[in-house]
Design a protein around this ligand. Structure first.
Ligand SMILES: [Zn+2]
Length: 337
């Protein structure tokens, strides 16, 4: 169980489409392995069938992903050849097989890059906004390279920022953010401007300082972990929902829409996120190219926040930029009726 959870934690920038592309890479490799076996053992009918099926489903996937037509065509051709013309297992076929393999992998890699460049909020295309490279020292001179380790894009359509690259393992795990008592009180006062009573749900923030302060303020409380939030077994409705720890996910739309499901008709949702503009200003001041903390997949801008909220059935009521050491953005949104 722990293993599963860690794996999930370790996954970076995952979308359904990206998962599908990873599966396609694996399928490509198993098809080639299958064919290598077939070349030495032509009578294995079962393996032949599996290989043809693998190639056909790969061709279907490539078509669905709108891959380059010649790659789709070549994949179908490969399936036809194996299915009907056994005699072609010669040197020339082998060469063609590897050519097919490398060009298909290259195309899948292109699709992956394209997927990374697509804005997860609105599907628009962004341009590089911030990129940090560091020198990575290797054993020999050739191994020391300037390596891009973190790249943020800015979406030209909705204005939000999103990660296009983050080198795994380079950044230390974030330490849990601690809120001060005064900070919690200020935050609860902000929420109090919109809702003063009714039940409150904490997502991901069980027994935190904020939880304690809310308890003192007299809200009836319930807390669920991020795992429980993901599983969504039973959904009760609350007047106030606090997403205390925004999960590290590229699919911020699913996160917010999921949190909104817990809102009563007149409920409000509170969440916060990193203020990228502020963070970059701080870096500039310090004269360092990068902060070593973990970061968010998507960073909001005020304009971009409205687009995102609307697509999740929410309406932004309050948008605040807070914090001096680390800039943060705090949002209070209401359910759209
Ligand atoms: Zn966008």
């Amino acid at each position: 169980m722990d293993e599963v959870r860690n794996q999930r934690k370790g996954m970076v920038m995952t979308t359904d489409r990206m998962n599908q592309l990873v599966i396609m890479v694996n399928l490509c490799s198993s098809v080639v392995e299958g064919m290598e076996h077939l070349m030495s053992n032509r009578k294995n009918e079962r393996l032949k069938e599996d290989t043809v099926l693998g190639l056909m489903s790969l061709a279907g996937n490539l078509k669905e992903m709108q891959a380059d037509k010649t790659v789709i065509h070549e994949t179908r051709w490969m399936a036809e050849v194996i299915k009907n013309w056994l005699f072609v297992y010669d040197r020339e076929f082998k060469d063609r097989l590897y050519r097919w393999y490398f060009s298909t992998l290259k195309e899948i890699r292109n699709l992956m890059t394209e997927e990374l460049e697509t804005c997860p909020v609105c599907g628009g295309k962004g341009g590089p906004h911030y990129g940090a490279a560091v020198y990575v020292e290797g054993g020999t001179k050739e191994e020391s390279v300037l390596k891009p380790v973190r790249v943020y894009m800015k979406c030209k359509d909705c204005g939000n920022y999103y990660l296009a690259k983050e080198e795994g393992g380079f950044f230390k795990d974030k330490k849990g953010r601690r809120r001060t008592k005064a900070g919690c009180e200020r935050l609860l006062a902000d929420i109090g401007k919109f809702r003063t009573e009714g039940a409150m749900l904490f997502i991901g923030g069980e027994r935190s300082q904020l939880y304690k302060e809310a308890e003192k303020a007299g809200y009836p409380l319930r807390a669920i972990s991020l795992e429980e939030f993901r599983e969504r077994k039973e959904i009760e409705k609350y007047s106030v929902v606090i997403l205390e720890e925004f999960p590290k996910s590229r699919d911020v739309k699913a996160v917010l829409a999921g949190a909104a499901e817990y809102l009563a008709e007149d409920g409000v949702l509170w969440f916060d996120g990193m203020d990228l503009d502020k963070s970059l200003k701080i870096l500039e001041k310090k004269g360092t190219p990068i902060w070593r903390r973990e970061t968010q997949e998507v960073c909001f801008t005020e304009e971009g926040m409205n687009t995102l909220a609307q697509s999740c059935g929410l309406c932004v009521k309050s948008y605040r930029r807070v914090g001096t050491a680390n800039g943060r953005i705090e949002v209070i949104a209401e359910k759209l009726v």
